[in-house]
Design a protein around this ligand. Sequence first.
Ligand code: ADP
Length: 263
Amino acid sequence: MTIAAGCDVGSLTSKAVVMKNRRVLGAAIIRSGPKPAESAAKVMAAVFEQTGLSQKDISCCVGTGYGREKISFVDQTVSEISCHAKGAKWLVPSARTIFDIGGQDCKVIKLDPRGNLEKFVTNDKCASGTGRFLDVMAQVMNISVSDLGALAAKSDAPVTFASVCTVFAQADVIKLINARRPAADICAGINTAMANRVSMLANTIRLEKDICITGGVAKNDGVVTALNKILGCRIKRIKRVDPQLTGAVGAALFALEKKNEKN
Ligand code: ADP
């Protein structure tokens, strides 16, 4: 029986997934530290503790994410784009477009009808349109980023931001708090500003349905609701696993394929 692993060392979080015969046996998410090699070892240790497995049980491991080249125990590395495409297609077979929104970048990935990578666009130059924008805003509001969606759902008069720039929007949030605007309306405005930025990137590529969303920001219901509204469609949510794990799932699928090729 082939047991394979995927390890995704991102800028903000590190993720690991262990799979056996295309079934997820265990998964872990931790905050990335300054050294990618250490983050990778730590997240693998977490998944081993959960599953009772050890490194010797893993026939093949694929590394991905910005820190992939520093992981010592991988058999191969694969780009995040390919891993998110692979994982998303497995989790949402009808997916033709993937929004991967992580901590420091946002990618729009297009697949052909067979699930092969067709093209992609990335925003990695600016914090707006990335998880970092939401994290900064949540911090200013003194709430957890995981509450942004639920709070925004209570809004009936979302605020609008004059600029998508993180620095300017941060100053605006402080002004709005001091003007006693309800937190729900500010949260709804933050999620909408984020979704507007993502849709600007998406508009540079012809969107093909179905659209699905991966990365940590896929857990923010407020951003997904705002994107649905702006794009006039219904984004497919990943339910089988935590959507933040999609890249690691894709890496584990590549590892399984690599092992099976060898046999
Ligand atoms: P990376 O791979 O670049 O490290 P992730 O895909 O892990 O990034 O995404 C990190 C982002 O996900 C954070 O910046 C945060 O905005 C968002 N996020 C993480 N957990 C949650 C949650 N429970 N609810 C809402 N947003 C979340």
